[in-house]
Design a protein around this ligand. Structure first.
Ligand SMILES: *Cc1c(COP(=O)(O)O)cnc(C)c1O
Length: 390
C-alpha cells in the first residue's frame, strides 16, 4: 500500500512538453483553472485546414468562446458557427466579418434573427417549417441550409434527435423555403461529437448523399454541404492525427457527393480540446466503509463547474498527479457541490495513485473544449472555472 520512492515516481511521471503544462507547473492557483495555449489552437487550425482542402472551417464557438481564441481564428481566416446573438456579437467584436458567420442553431429567437440579419449575417440553419417562417419574416431572402437527423452515429458523444429533420420531410422544407423567398443553399448534419475514427463517417455520409442528389434533381441548386463537427480529441484512446483525419473525411465526402461547390466544416472539440488543461485540487479522499474496495476522491471541480461532459461517463478525461508511477487503485471521482448528481465517474471507476491526498494538485488533460463554456456561474458558491489564455 506504500507509494514508491519519490525518485522512482518522478522517473515514471509522463513528460508533457507543452506550454500549458509548463505554465501550470510554474504557477499556483487558488481555484480550478483552465490554461489554454493559443499557439496550439493555431497549429490545430492549420492541420485541420490542410486536411480539409478546399472546405471552409467555421469554428463552433460554443466549444470555447474565449475572445483571444476567436480573435486568433479570425486572423487565420476561419469562419464561425454561432448559436445565439451573444456568440455572433462575440465574433464581430473580435473582428470576424458577418459573411463568415453562420447562424447554425435551428432554434433561434426571432429578435436574434433580426439582429443577425441587420448585422450582415447571411447564412441560417433550419430544420422545421416554423423556423423557416421565422427566418423569412426576420431575414427576408436569406440563404438557408436544412439540417438533417442522422442515424447510426458511432460517436462517443452522439447528438440526439433534438436537432435535424427526418429525411422524408426534407423535400417539403426545401419547397417551403423557396416559396418563402429564401435561398435553398444547402444541407447540414452532425456526425456526433468525438467521432474517433474517420471511417465512422461513412454510414452517416451514406444517408445524406442520396438526399443531396435528390434535392438537386428536384431543382434546388444546392451550393453548400455543411458536414458539421465531430473531429476528435485525444482522451487516451487512439485517434488519427487531425490532418490525416480531415483528409480521410473529405475523401469519403468526395466519393459520395462528387464536386460540391462549397463544403463547410464546424470543428469545436477537435480545434481546442488538446490545447488546454485544467489544474484542480483534491479536496478529500475517503472510504464509505472500512472494507470498501474503492475510494471516493472529491475534487474542487465537478459537473457544474466545467466537467459537464462526464455526463453518462461518455467523455473520459486523463488525470495527472505528482504520485503517478506509484501503485494505483480504483476511485469514484466526484465534484465538490452538494448535489448527488455531481459524480464524475462511478460506473467505470478511475485508477488513481494510492498516495493521493487532500490538498494534492490534479491536472486534467485536454480539457480545452466544453469546459469553461459549461461552467455554472457559481453553484453552491464554488467559483466557475477560471481561464488563462497563453
Ligand atoms: C456543437 C456543434 C459543432 C461542434 O461539434 P464538435 O463535435 O465539438 O466538433 C458543430 N456544429 C454544430 C451545429 C454544433 O452544434
Amino acid at each position: 500500500m506504500n507509494a514508491t520512492a519519490p525518485g522512482a515516481l518522478r522517473a515514471a511521471f509522463p513528460v508533457y512538453a507543452d506550454a500549458a503544462t509548463a505554465y501550470i507547473a510554474a504557477n499556483s492557483f487558488d481555484r480550478p483553472t483552465l490554461v489554454i495555449d493559443r499557439q496550439r489552437v493555431g497549429a490545430q487550425y492549420d492541420a485541420l485546414n490542410a486536411g480539409l482542402g478546399g472546405a471552409h472551417i467555421h469554428y463552433a464557438v460554443k466549444a470555447n468562446p474565449a475572445p483571444e481564441i476567436v480573435r486568433l481564428l479570425v486572423k487565420k481566416g476561419s469562419g464561425f458557427d454561432a448559436a445565439s446573438r451573444q456568440e455572433i456579437e462575440l465574433c464581430l467584436s473580435q473582428g470576424a466579418r458577418p459573411e463568415n458567420i453562420s447562424f447554425g442553431n435551428t432554434i433561434k429567437r426571432a429578435s436574434d434573427i433580426s439582429f443577425a440579419h441587420s448585422a450582415g449575417v447571411r447564412l441560417f440553419a433550419a430544420d422545421s417549417e416554423a423556423e423557416l417562417d421565422k427566418i423569412a419574416r426576420h431575414a427576408p431572402g436569406a440563404r438557408v441550409y436544412i439540417r438533417l437527423i442522422v442515424e447510426n452515429s458511432l460517436a462517443d458523444w452522439p447528438l440526439s434527435r433534438k436537432f435535424g429533420c427526418a429525411a422524408g420531410t426534407l423535400p417539403s422544407l426545401l419547397d417551403r423555403a423557396r416559396a418563402l423567398g429564401l435561398v435553398t443553399y444547402g444541407l447540414s448534419f452532425h456526425v456526433g461529437s468525438q467521432t474517433r475514427d474517420a471511417s465512422f463517417w461513412a454510414p452517416v455520409l451514406d444517408q445524406v448523399a442520396p438526399l443531396w442528389h435528390a434535392a438537386r434533381a428536384a431543382g434546388h441548386d444546392l451550393q453548400l454541404l455543411n458536414i458539421g463537427g465531430g473531429f476528435p480529441a485525444f482522451y487516451g484512446q487512439t485517434i488519427q492525427a487531425p490532418r490525416a483525419y480531415a483528409a480521410a473525411v473529405m475523401a469519403l465526402v468526395k466519393a459520395r457527393f462528387g464536386d460540391v461547390p462549397q463544403v463547410m466544416a464546424e470543428p469545436g472539440r477537435g480545434m481546442v480540446a488538446e490545447a488546454g488543461h485544467i489544474v484542480a485540487e483534491v479536496m478529500l479522499v475517503s472510504k464509505k466503509a472500512q472494507d470498501d474496495l474503492h475510494r471516493w476522491v472529491y475534487l474542487d471541480i465537478g459537473r457544474f463547474s466545467g466537467l459537464a461532459e462526464t455526463e453518462g461517463e461518455a467523455i473520459r478525461y486523463q488525470f495527472i498527479t505528482r504520485h503517478d508511477g506509484g501503485e494505483t487503485g480504483p476511485c469514484v471521482l466526484a465534484g465538490p457541490s452538494c448535489d448527488s448528481a455531481d459524480i464524475l465517474y462511478e460506473k467505470r471507476p478511475v485508477q488513481l495513485p494510492l498516495a493521493l491526498r487532500d490538498g494534492d494538485r490534479i491536472v486534467i488533460r485536454n480539457c480545452g473544449a466544453y469546459t469553461s463554456s459549461y461552467a455554472s456561474v457559481g453553484f453552491n458558491g464554488f467559483p466557475p472555472l477560471d481561464v488563462v489564455v497563453l
